[in-house]
Design a protein around this ligand. Sequence first.
Ligand code: SF4
Length: 218
Amino acid sequence: MIMFNCAECQNQECQTRNKESLNPACPMLDKEIFEEIKQAYHTEEIQSFYANSLKSMRGSFGRWTRIKEIMEFCKYNGFTKIGLAYCSGMLREGRLANEILRQNGFIVVAAGCKVGGFAPDELCESYEAPTAAQIPPNTPKQDIPRKNRAICDPIGQAIMLNKEKTEFNILVGLCVGHDSLFLKYSDAPCSVLVAKDRLLNNNPVAALYCHEEKNNNL
Ligand code: SF4
């Protein structure tokens, strides 16, 4: 089978459920696998979780912020104990998210990324501290490595929240790769509140729009 790439498909037939004139690489040509995929939705647990996601998605359109959407989704699912996995370089944002969740009646267990207080070489055998020349001049103060600084511990964050049996976990600014490890080890389902992008004021989509703008002006 040819490798598919929906982002490069000009027809987008799936969006109108047209399964007749598909391009030769369209994954929908494999009907069997989509039968299996359909089954995956039809367990009691997934049905209600998925229906609630559709409900909060509809409610949010142009009306709710992301944090409101997350909270409404948690309420629809009856989740009361929420895990917050935040980047310690975004302690301010972690604290604000904690406060908002608590003020909205949730029980919050928050784990910062330095949980465990590990030295870098305890978790990463090949770790090398950055030299002064490798640190860009506009690096926020909280991101500048300092003496005795602990290393990020996303597996520890996930395991500590698992231990507390949180029902839903929210990610605030975990770095790329750390977020992957957290998601891999988290027992509870997760959603991302903040995707950190230090250069773009935590608005990573701006880079995509800039790329589009650059292409439009060529
Ligand atoms: S599923 Fe098929 S029709 Fe839909 S975007 Fe992907 S390649 Fe195109």
